[in-house]
Design a protein around this ligand. Structure first.
Ligand SMILES: Cc1cc2nc3c(=O)[nH]c(=O)nc-3n(C[C@H](O)[C@H](O)[C@H](O)COP(=O)(O)OP(=O)(O)OC[C@H]3O[C@@H](n4cnc5c(N)ncnc54)[C@H](O)[C@@H]3O)c2cc1C
Length: 492
């Protein structure tokens, strides 16, 4: 029986372990910390298990949804989300009057409602929607060029581009992906918007309780029931080579593991450190990981001692704001919460990185108070997860050529998986992590047995560029007229 050592028990490591075990490999799964799940899991703060941040599941997460179905995990579906204006922008109007509803792209009516949502002058919102279609009309055969310009750069090349559209794009891209639109690869944005547009229902979903209890623990139990144990507190610190192959890995405590195959599913910043001279001498491309970037996505969990009435149960983005804040009121979904429990994510935490944790929390809380009427007296308990130690890979311009394929290494018993490893989803997210893990398990199986019964990751459907081109030209006369209206100041 061939053996494989998998480093990292995040979603990618666990899914790959499951596949390889089912294919008959002897699997050793090593995890640096005390618990599995990685960024999708929790860590212990002040004696409580706290998730790294809320997680959303769009309809196009086909492989993650298959995994949930296998574990019999149900989701709560949302068909819309909200933008919340600040108090300053709305003359201190009550919070209930400051929400703007945005619908999933389920129907023409929903799209028209979004255009007139009040988010920005309606001609600019229309032209932003036109840009989404226009960008989807870009052929993926132009992938090389698309990956080397940013979303904002692509917009700038269009005749109807304006600062307003750039700002709308910037806002939605940052809050949905934690990558500024001026840094995000136009190719990644094109893929993700394409998946979202074609797989519309539900617009997005959340779990019925926190990630650890709802997903990670059932997953760990499933692995155990299939004979896989996770070896915790094994922080891999060195990869040994012998000739042209990996011979063993060593954990910080000196534990040494030998195997036929080695699968690294650690995050980018850790994997980069593990690629030392012995490996680079065998495969200089491993040094390319140095070009890639990661940034923290920060979370705050606020448990209030009172109920705030009038908050939507769906996902809410602060309109504007410095730190890209969005939240979900978990008390409207999770059992046993009688008072408001707000789970925030900051998608633009970089400006605060140099501050101490207390100051970081205060700056974020100050911004929260500019949108929601709460004071420190309302807080029964809070947890601040700066997540600086677990930054998320960001899909910057030209990242793709420097990301590894699951089997791209010239070292033939070294494989990679994880959200930053190349896969059809492209965006760093759970679906990307799971997709790469399924593909790597199949690839390793194939390299041993010649064939594999393990499934490849499913790829969500998207409209082809030609259909989008037709839509773009059909809408062109409207876009032209509305562009003239926009320049005349209509809707302001
Ligand atoms: C705040 C936040 C919110 C998010 N929201 C969403 C969302 O809404 N939707 C979505 O799809 N995705 C979201 N994500 C991203 C998603 O969580 C990740 O993309 C996904 O979980 C990555 O899984 P992974 O297995 O590739 O990597 P990781 O989860 O990073 O797992 C890597 C594992 O390797 C372990 N490890 C690290 N170093 C070593 C070592 N030296 N030796 C052994 N083990 C090691 C780690 O402890 C970890 O368990 C969010 C992430 C964050 C931080």
């Amino acid at each position: 029986m061939k053996s494989v050592v998998i480093v990292g028990a995040g979603l990618a490591g666990m899914v790959a372990a499951r596949g390889l075990k089912r294919a008959g490999f002897s699997v050793t799964l090593l995890e640096a910390t005390d618990s599995a799940g990685g960024k999708a899991g929790s860590n212990i703060k002040e004696g409580r298990l706290v998730e790294h941040g809320y997680h959303i599941f769009p309809a196009w997460y086909l492989n993650v949804r298959d995994l949930l179905a296998e574990l019999d995990i149900k989701l709560i579906d949302f068909d819309k989300f909200y933008y919340l204006r600040s108090k300053a922008e709305s003359n201190d109007a009550p919070v209930t009057d400051r929400f703007m509803v945005m619908y999933g792209f389920n129907s023409v009516t929903a799209i028209i409602k979004n255009i007139f949502s009040g988010l920005a002058p309606w001609p600019e919102v229309f032209l932003q929607a036109y840009f989404v279609i226009d960008a989807l009309a870009e052929r993926m055969s132009r992938r090389y060029f698309l990956d080397r310009i940013s979303r904002t750069g692509l917009l700038r090349s269009r005749w109807y581009a304006s600062d307003d559209i750039a700002s709308l794009e910037g806002e939605s891209t940052l809050k949905a992906s934690a990558v500024p639109a001026y840094e995000m690869s136009a190719m990644t944005a094109r893929l993700v918007t394409g998946y979202w547009l074609r797989n519309r229902k539900p617009f997005l979903s959340i779990l019925k309780t926190d990630m650890q209890h709802a997903l990670i623990e059932p997953m760990v139990e499933k692995l155990q029931s299939e004979g896989i144990t996770i070896e915790y507190r094994c922080r891999v610190s060195e990869i040994e080579t012998n000739g042209s192959q990996i011979s063993a890995i060593t954990c910080a405590d000196g534990t040494r593991k030998e195997a036929d195959y080695f699968l690294i599913t650690t995050p980018l910043e850790i994997t980069r450190q593990l690629m030392q001279k012995n490996l680079m001498a065998l495969d200089p491309d491993l040094g390319n990981f140095g070009h890639l970037e990661a940034a923290p996505m920060t979370a705050i969990h606020l448990s209030l001692n009172r109920k705030i009435d009038g908050l939507p149960s769906q996902h809410v983005f602060f309109k504007g704001g410095r730190y890209g804040l969005s939240f979900i009121d978990q008390s409207q979904h999770w059992p046993g919460l009688d008072t408001t429990e707000l789970s925030f994510i900051s998608s633009n935490f970089i400006p605060l990185q140099g501050l101490d944790e207390g100051a970081q929390f205060e700056m974020l809380f100050d911004e929260i108070r500019q949108y929601i009427d709460i004071s420190t007296d309302d807080i029964a308990h809070y947890v601040f997860q700066s997540n600086q130690e677990v930054p998320l890979f960001i899909n910057t311009v030209a990242a793709w050529p420097n990301r590894p394929e699951v089997n791209s290494s010239k070292i033939n018993n070294l494989f990679f998986a994880g959200d930053w490893v190349r896969n059809a989803i492209d965006l760093a997210c759970m679906e990307g992590a799971v997709s790469s893990a399924m593909n790597v398990a199949r690839t390793i199986d194939q390299s041993v047995n010649g064939t594999s019964d393990l499934p490849s990751a499913r790829v969500p459907r998207r409209y082809n560029a030609f259909t989008m081109m037709l839509a773009k030209w059909a809408l062109f006369p409207f876009a032209l007229i509305i562009w003239v209206l926009a320049r005349l100041g209509a809707g302001r």
